[in-house]
Design a protein around this ligand. Structure first.
Ligand SMILES: [Zn+2]
Length: 251
C-alpha cells in the first residue's frame, strides 16, 4: 500500500500554493477547560490479520476503484439533515469526523449517522488549532471527543483527524495514539468546500484531484457541499470510483 505524504502536499500546493488550514474556517467551539490530568486510554484491538497502518494515512490503495468521502462533522441541523438525506439517496457511505462539542449539543446525529451506514470518527472536542497546542492540550481535546463518542455510540471510533491543520504533527500523532487512535486520517483531495466556492467548483476540485484510493475532504454545514454531492458522486462513479467508508477503503 502506498501511503505517500507527498501527494497531499502536492495537492495542497496545487490548490493554492500554500498549505491551507484544511478543515474549515469554522470558529473554535468554546468549551470548559479540561479538568485534571487525563489518564491514558487503552489502545483498541488491531484488526486480526491486517498489517498495521502508519501513524498518518493520506490516501488508500491506488489499485482499488474506491474512494472515501470524509466530512468535518459540525453544522446547522438543517444542513446536516440535508447532507445525510442526499447521501442516503445516493447510497454513498461516508466517514464523519465529529467535533465533540457539536455532538454534545446535537447528540441525535450520532445514531442517525451510524444508522445511515456511515462511520464516525474523532475531530477533537472544540476544533481548535491543534498543531499550535502543547501535547497535554492536544490530548485533552482528543480524549474529550473520544469520551463523547463512546458515551453516545459505545465506541470511540477508529479514526482521528486533527482540527485546523491538514496534516498531523509528531506530537499530534503521539497524543492521538495515547487516546486510542493509532492512525490519523488526512486526505489527498481538498475540495475547498469550506470556502463556499459554489457547487460546480466543489465538484471540479474533487474530480480534478481524485485518483483511485483518494480520501476527499468535505464539510457538513455548507449548503454548496450538499448541492455538490449528487454531481460529485455521479462524477466519481463515471470514473469507476465507488465511495466507501475510510475503514472499507483501508481494509
Ligand atoms: Zn474541521
Amino acid at each position: 500500500m502506498q501511503l505517500s505524504r507527498r501527494d497531499a502536499l502536492t495537492a495542497a500546493l496545487a490548490a493554492g500554493g500554500v498549505l491551507l488550514a484544511g478543515c474549515g474556517p469554522e470558529a473554535p467551539v468554546s468549551a470548559p477547560a479540561p479538568s485534571g490530568s487525563p489518564a491514558p486510554s487503552p489502545s483498541p484491538p488491531a484488526a486480526p490479520s491486517a498489517p498495521p497502518l502508519p501513524a498518518e494515512v493520506v490516501h488508500g490503495p491506488r489499485d482499488r476503484r474506491q474512494v472515501a468521502l470524509t466530512f468535518h462533522g459540525q453544522g446547522e441541523d438543517s444542513l446536516v439533515r440535508a447532507a445525510l438525506s442526499t447521501l442516503a439517496d445516493l447510497h454513498a457511505p461516508v466517514t464523519v469526523f465529529a467535533v465533540g462539542a457539536w455532538l454534545d449539543g446535537s447528540p441525535q446525529w450520532a445514531k442517525k449517522i451510524l444508522d445511515g451506514g456511515h462511520e464516525l470518527g474523532n475531530h477533537t472536542y472544540s476544533h481548535l488549532d491543534l498543531a499550535s497546542m502543547a501535547g497535554t492540550g492536544q490530548y485533552a481535546e482528543i480524549h474529550r471527543c473520544a469520551e463523547t463518542l463512546r458515551r453516545l455510540t459505545g465506541t470511540r471510533g477508529r479514526w482521528f483527524r486533527p482540527s485546523q491543520t491538514p496534516r498531523s504533527t509528531a506530537s499530534i500523532e503521539a497524543q492521538a495514539r495515547k487516546a486510542g487512535y493509532p492512525t490519523c486520517l488526512a486526505y489527498d483531495v481538498d475540495t475547498l468546500d469550506y470556502t463556499d466556492p459554489g457547487a460546480a467548483a466543489i465538484v471540479a476540485n474533487a474530480l480534478a484531484g481524485v485518483q483511485p484510493g483518494s480520501i476527499l475532504s468535505l464539510h457538513f454545514g455548507h449548503a454548496g457541499t450538499v448541492e455538490a454531492l449528487p454531481e460529485l458522486v455521479r462524477g466519481l462513479r463515471d470514473r469507476g470510483l465507488e465511495p466507501v467508508t475510510a475503514s472499507a477503503l483501508l481494509a
